[in-house]
Design a protein around this ligand. Structure first.
Ligand code: ADP
Ligand code: MN
Ligand code: MN
Ligand code: MN
Length: 356
């Protein structure tokens, strides 16, 4: 573990004036499709939109995103958030990655999502994503709060818990929640989860592309908060094998058609389209998801599509409130915690609205 630097010393420097300059942290998805990278540049003034932000570049050969012989990848600013770490006028900027000729590089899953959402605008697809994750000690082996080399009491008392013996790591959760609110990320709530050391927060309601931008930024903020506390976050869909819950990223979804009076028929039609493309979706719903979607621990078996009202053992759950009002949203429970929200949101919209 790294030597701890004295944060009270840092405080002095961070209280110095920036003299009107703005620090912009450009954030992008790295070559694994799951890692997040960022770097900072100084701006002379507060930008009023992404159009004011310069295109930048980075060394793609160091992130698995370009060969060393032609290493330059361009960063295109796409959405601005307030920076909860530096505060003031400083900003975080979600960027996507393009080659020097302007074509999106393979890890740029945002670009194809833009195309889908442009085509389905009239249906106003709304998303609410439930991001589950597990905290680990600095050793990355011991889940936070677990006895080293051993196991805590079986699952049961941890979900939505309070108390030092059952809720582990709340400082991270609270810091992340407030940082997201400050940043302007549409965080909707949070709760302790079933596995000890596991938590969830929700992002949404977001329309279209906003869902991916906000969820990715919420993950970046989580990495930074964990860095500050010296703990690790895992988005692995089954961080502990055996009789312990995995982590998902349930994706709640509705469109103009499903939200309208009598939208239940539109929901059933969309569910049939989803059934027909079940395996296509599973392939796009996160690495290692087969370790999680076993049919146990509130999941449906990976190879079988099902839906049901209030059924947490189905691929898709229709909330009681949706059934009662004959309109509203439904929950795709299949996506893994490490899924790419650009890929998942765009695929759901494509299948349900374009039948492609
Ligand atoms: P669960 O009961 O599965 O734990 P949560 O309360 O964690 O559900 O999450 C429900 C999510 O559904 C929230 O993010 C919320 O914003 C989202 N949601 C609510 N209404 C809609 C809707 N009409 N369309 C899409 N998402 C919605
Ligand atoms: Mn939830
Ligand atoms: Mn949950
Ligand atoms: Mn859920």
């Amino acid at each position: 573990m790294a030597t701890k630097l004295d944060t009270s010393v840092l405080q002095h420097f961070m209280s110095l004036s920036q003299r009107g300059k703005v620090q912009a942290e450009y954030v992008w998805i790295g070559g694994s499709g799951q890692d997040l990278r960022s770097k900072t540049r100084t701006l002379d003034a507060v930008p009023s939109s992404v159009a004011d932000l310069p295109v930048w570049n980075f060394d793609g050969s160091s992130t698995g995103q370009a060969p060393g012989t032609d290493s330059e990848v361009l960063l295109r600013p796409q959405r601005i958030f307030a920076d909860p770490f530096r505060g003031g006028d400083n900003i975080l900027v979600i960027c996507d990655c393009v080659a020097p000729d302007g074509t999106p590089i393979p890890s740029n899953t945002r670009a194809p999502a833009v195309e889908v959402f442009d085509r389905v605008k009239a249906s106003q697809p709304w998303f609410g994503m439930e991001q589950e994750y597990t905290l680990f000690e600095a050793d990355k082996v011991t889940p936070f709060g677990w006895p080293r080399g051993g196991f805590p009491a079986p699952q049961g008392p941890y979900y939505c818990s309070a108390g030092a013996d059952v809720a582990f790591g709340r400082s991270v959760v609270e810091a992340h929640y407030r940082a997201c609110l400050y940043a302007g990320v549409h965080i909707a709530g949070c709760n302790a989860e079933v596995l000890p050391g596991q938590w969830e927060y929700q992002v949404g309601i977001c329309e279209g592309l906003e869902a991916g931008d906000h969820l990715w930024m919420s993950r970046y903020i989580m990495y930074r908060v964990c860095e500050a506390f010296g703990v690790n976050v895992s988005f692995d869909p089954k961080p502990i094998p055996g009789d312990w819950n995995g982590s998902g990223c349930h994706t709640n979804y509705s469109t103009v058609e499903t939200r309208a009076d009598g939208g239940y028929d539109a929901i059933l039609a969309q569910l049939e389209r989803l059934r027909a493309r079940h395996l296509e979706h599973i392939e796009m719903y996160g690495k290692g998801n087969e370790r999680r979607l076993t049919g146990a621990h509130e999941t449906a078996p990976i190879h079988r599509f099902s839906y049901g009202v209030a059924n947490r053992g189905a691929s898709i759950r229709i909330p009681r409130s949706t059934e009662a009002s004959r309109s509203g949203y439904y929950e795709d429970r299949r996506p893994a915690s490490n899924m790419d929200p650009y890929v998942v949101s765009a695929k759901i919209a494509k299948t349900t609205l374009l039948d492609e």
